[in-house]
Design a protein around this ligand. Structure first.
Ligand code: AMP
Length: 281
């Protein structure tokens, strides 16, 4: 079983010992309810690190008032078993009070990249993400921190923040892990009924076809509209966005012209809001 620490001093003590022994340290921040996608981040960290810290914290500041903070799946014992299987040596599980003592009053916000897509659909969400990730990076002082490409916008925002604030941790992205049908694994997939799951599994099919069509035609706008209609026809209640954007600065792409672009989607089905993204070329 991995060691579990719940306060910052204990985390720092372990990290100090590891540093003294010459280890390269990786950090994998999560909200728990772990699946193979999370474990792939640990594997990615182990490529260049000899010790990996996994953090489990359901961060209240990144949930909107009407979002699923209370319902968010939590299963610490199962998470610890999975981290043990993946070889993770240390798990940091702070309480809300440890992360946000009553006098807490600092904000960490990234402009621009947070205005679009999930930033527009979930006001304040990314401010909560940058706030908690900057704290975790400072607390762990890891050499490498790994985030999933499934949350591509989040990864782009964290890269921007770390560059702007001169944080000395190397931010690495790991590819999206999918089930056998191509559905991106997500803790929120647990909300899906069997019928909803079979509809959700078609989302990536529509997305991949649209990406293929865009690469062939160079003009994303109409293809995005058709793909949005296709997703609604599948049985999704709504599509928050389906957009082709630059992979780095996230600006809207209306003519591909050899740019490195990705197709991004957020769509709601039942109690779940699913996001996904794929490369266009
Ligand atoms: P979460 O627990 O959902 O906040 O996710 C924690 C980390 O796992 C984030 O960096 C996510 O991007 C990453 N992640 C979540 N799902 C996947 C997946 N299916 N494949 C790869 N990484 C993922």
């Amino acid at each position: 079983m991995p060691d579990v620490v719940r306060d910052i001093a204990a985390l720092r003590e372990v990290v100090r010992d590891w540093r003294r022994d010459g280890h390269r340290i990786g950090l994998v921040p999560t909200m728990g309810a772990l699946h193979e996608g999370h474990l792939s981040l640990l594997s990615h960290a182990f490529v260049s690190c000899s010790k990996v810290i996994t953090t489990i914290f359901v961060n209240p500041t990144q949930f909107g008032a009407h979002e699923d903070l209370d319902a968010y799946p939590r299963d610490e014992a199962r998470d610890l078993d999975m981290i043990a299987e993946a070889g993770g040596q240390l798990v940091f599980i702070p309480s809300v009070e440890t992360m946000y003592p009553t006098e807490f009053s600092t904000r960490v916000e990234v402009d621009g990249l947070t205005d679009v897509m999930d930033g527009a659909a979930r006001p304040g969400h990314f401010n909560g993400v940058t706030q908690i990730v900057s704290k975790l990076l400072n607390q762990a002082q890891a050499d490498v921190a790994v985030f999933g490409e499934k949350d591509w916008q989040q990864l782009a925002i964290i890269r921007r923040m770390v560059s702007d604030l001169d944080v000395p941790t190397d931010i690495q992205g790991a590819p999206t892990v999918r089930d056998a049908f191509g559905l991106a694994l997500s803790s929120r997939n647990a909300y899906l009924s069997p019928d909803e799951l079979s509809i959700a599994r078609r989302l990536n099919v529509v997305l991949k076809k649209a990406a293929y069509d865009i690469a062939a035609s160079d003009y994303p706008t109409d293809i995005c509209k058709t793909a949005t209609d296709d997703i609604l026809t599948l049985g999704f209640q709504s599509v928050d966005y389906l957009e082709c954007r630059d992979a780095v600065n996230l600006s809207l792409v209306d003519k591909l012209h050899k740019r490195s672009a990705r197709l991004f989607v957020a769509a709601k089905i039942g109690r779940a809001r699913l996001i996904d993204n794929v490369a266009v070329n």
